[in-house]
Design a protein around this ligand. Structure first.
Ligand code: PRP
Ligand code: URA
Length: 206
């Protein structure tokens, strides 16, 4: 299922991401903020559980998310600011890393490093700002799908219809929370209008 954000705030921050004047620190800041908006879209009241906390009036029971059950898996490089933001706001969550790079000629994604802890029973938040051909997300799902996770949610910022269709055909049960779906891919498999290469924009390697 694909859930696309629909808010003026999201649109405003995506426009700022598209702005070539947004430098690397600003770009990473916007990616972090959008990661939080996507997490807000993902979690529902039904995900809340009870937690006992020490308040100024003694020990009391309130609603909370089970942070310790969250495993945030990022696709390097561009997904790194999303992971940083979510780890900051869910300090008890665990982190996993997948290094996946698209070949610039064939546009095929290739996994070259995988450091993901035990996934048994976890809710995996798979974070990567871009879904272009969908190859990177498919590679990530290939790694994660048989590792015993209770649930996998994909959080993405911009996607192309072609890549999203490819992913949903292969993984119809995967929930994808995406900030905006753009128009199409160009001949080089970049998203149009998109924002260029997210990894290069985030880390000053244009
Ligand atoms: C970008 C982005 C995605 C991928 C999407 O990574 O972060 O992982 O492209 O494209 P796809 O859907 O066609 O696979 P890239 O390979 O450019 O690496 P980077 O993050 O290191 O720049
Ligand atoms: N990866 C990016 O970072 N941007 C695109 O438009 C396509 C793939």
């Amino acid at each position: 299922m694909i859930y696309e954000l629909d808010s003026a705030l999201t649109t405003h921050f995506i426009t700022a991401l598209r702005d070539a004047e947004s430098d690397a620190p600003r770009f990473r800041q916007l990616v972090k903020l959008l990661a939080l908006l996507l997490a807000d879209d993902l979690f529902e009241n039904g995900d809340l559980t009870d937690c006992d906390i020490d308040t100024w009036q003694g020990r009391q029971r309130f609603a909370c998310l089970d942070e310790s059950n969250l495993l945030i898996v990022t696709v390097l490089r561009a997904g790194l600011p999303m992971l940083e933001a979510l780890m900051e706001y869910f300090p008890q969550a665990q982190a996993g890393f997948l290094a996946i790079k698209r070949d610039e000629t064939t546009h095929r994604a290739k996994l070259y490093f995988d450091r993901v802890p035990d996934c048994t029973g976890k809710h995996i938040l798979l974070v990567d700002p871009m879904v272009a051909t969908g190859g990177s997300l498919i590679d990530a799902m290939e790694v994660l799908k048989d590792r015993g996770a209770a649930r996998i949610s994909s959080l993405n910022i911009i996607g192309a219809p072609e890549g999203l269709e490819r992913v949903t055909k292969l993984y119809p049960d995967l929930d994808i929370h995406i900030a905006q779906i753009d128009d199409h891919l160009n001949g080089d498999k970049y998203i149009i209008p998109g924002l260029g290469d997210a990894g290069d924009r985030a880390y000053n390697t244009l």
